[in-house]
Ligand binder design. Structure first.
Ligand code: NAG
Ligand code: NAG
Ligand code: NAG
Ligand code: NAG
Ligand code: NAG
Ligand code: NAG
Length: 391
């Protein structure tokens, strides 16, 4: 009898916990906004689907503060590649979930995200293959692809301004990977949208794609951007401060752009960016054993020569960052844990060691709120560190 009651009791407890979990998930699930009306303005993803974003309303003292994050997802520079990505979430919003959950710098938990937890937070879907830069009027009937990333940026910003961003007090344009590059490219433009805001800054997460002319794979890096610039007709939209000095193909490399940006910018980078290392710094010898891919996915198995390539990447990255950061308005946090992107996958910014006594959370907050000069680079380690991603 007693165990029967106990079982019934357990059942109700389980049901209660289950309901609680569902309720919490609903509270924290962030809903998608699909801008169907934008299609009339010709703003659409590669496959013609509407621009979309996820929005978390700010509260309390954060009500007039906005953090707008541009998602990443690579670039495409040919019909073949753009058709391929137009069939995935990197080039379409068709399959985007109605709700998402976000943590870290998007978290509403003050303990995790002390400086931005109560801000309005917007995560803009990326689906144009051009870092929100393209604006090709004609749709090629051969492919039916729409190349209008810049229009997507514009319609989303118009919508957010109308939602209250026009009265923003503080604002950040942020982005990761291809979105981190988009952040650099759109930074000053974002500033001009909210001239009355007291503080507007830009935060590029893993968006510093290095040219490194003398390191392996220079032609891969140059061709990838050259093809993207050509395919999307970006030459006339890239900053004239750069295109007046060099071939527009080189004006997608942040090192050629950052000196001319007037709005304060933060660069969050791993000195061992796994995406750049794995697809953009491939050494010439494809017959290596272990393969380059094996080495980059597990640094323990790398040969000494491979490890040297990785160390050379780090040295070139740090040297280049130092060259472009003579202004205190440039913030920086460069650590030695292999990562690409810090805000999405659940452990992206967890367990990162402090650099110069600053955690990643302190570094970004201190820089944004001008609590100190923040250019932290880990100079202690010249090889990748083991940093687990677990919470
Ligand atoms: C989206 O792009 C990223 C970055 O290039 C890539 O790692 C990922 O595999 C892509 N996803 C799909 C579904 O194509
Ligand atoms: C949407 O999902 C279906 C089923 O998984 C898949 O076949 C299709 O390629 C996806 N389309 C896009 C645009 O993501
Ligand atoms: C492009 O769209 C048109 C109109 O919907 C359709 O007739 C045509 O078959 C499409 N072409 C390709 C290559 O998908
Ligand atoms: C900025 O503030 C001025 C003075 O209050 C106001 O006239 C102007 O419309 C504002 N600009 C924007 C873009 O909100
Ligand atoms: C710019 O670079 C691209 C790609 O390397 C090349 O095809 C093009 O001819 C160059 N343009 C000029 C004006 O040199
Ligand atoms: C870190 O803090 C310790 C103790 O406060 C101090 O001795 C050290 O100089 C600091 N290091 C840096 C890089 O600021």
């Amino acid at each position: 009898m007693e165990s029967h009651i106990q079982a019934k009791y357990d059942h109700w407890i389980k049901l209660f916990i289950c309901l609680l979990v569902v309720m919490i998930a609903q509270v924290h699930g962030v809903h998608i906004t699909r801008l169907h009306s934008a299609l009339a303005k010709g703003a659409a993803c590669l496959d013609g689907s509407p621009p979309a974003y996820y929005y978390i309303k700010g509260f309390g003292e954060g009500s007039n503060n906005w953090l707008v994050q541009l998602e990443g997802g690579g670039w495409c520079g040919s019909d073949e590649w753009c058709i391929k990505i137009s069939k995935s979430h990197n080039g379409s919003t068709k399959n985007k979930s109605d709700t998402m959950t976000y943590g870290q710098i998007f978290s509403q938990d003050k303990a995790i995200n002390p400086d931005f937890y109560n801000w309005n937070i917007v995560i803009v879907s990326y689906c144009d293959g051009s870092s929100f830069m393209s604006n090709v009027v004609a749709i090629d009937p051969k492919t039916n692809l729409t190349r209008r990333g810049a229009r997507i940026f514009n319609v989303v910003m118009e919508d957010l301004l109308a939602k209250g961003m026009k009265d923003a007090d503080n604002a950040i344009l942020a982005g990761g990977s291809a979105g981190g590059l988009a952040t650099i490219l759109h930074c000053d433009g974002f500033r001009t949208l909210i001239p009355n805001a007291s503080r507007v800054k830009c935060l590029s997460d893993s968006g510093f794609f290095l040219h490194a002319k003398d390191l392996p794979g220079a032609n891969i890096r140059e061709n990838a951007f050259a093809n993207t610039v050509k395919y999307h007709g970006l030459a006339k939209f890239l900053p004239a401060s750069c295109t007046s000095k060099m071939n527009a193909s080189w004006c997608m490399f942040p090192e050629n752009l950052i000196r001319d940006i007037r709005t304060p910018l933060f660069l969050l980078e791993s000195a061992f960016d796994v995406y750049q290392l794995s697809v953009k710094f491939i050494p010439a010898c494809p017959t290596d054993v272990p393969t380059w891919k094996d080495c980059v996915s597990d640094f323990n198995v790398c040969t000494l020569t491979q490890l040297q390539t990785i160390k050379d990447f780090r040295a070139a990255l740090i040297k280049t960052l130092r060259e472009i950061s003579n202004s205190p308005s440039i913030g920086m946090f460069v650590h030695s844990c292999p990562r690409h992107g810090h805000f999405y996958d659940s452990g992206g910014w967890n367990n990162l060691p402090s650099v110069g006594n600053k955690t990643i959370v302190n570094a970004i907050g201190d820089w944004f709120f001008d609590r100190g000069f923040v250019q932290e680079i880990d100079t202690q380690h010249d090889a990748p560190q083991h940093c687990s991603k677990k919470a």
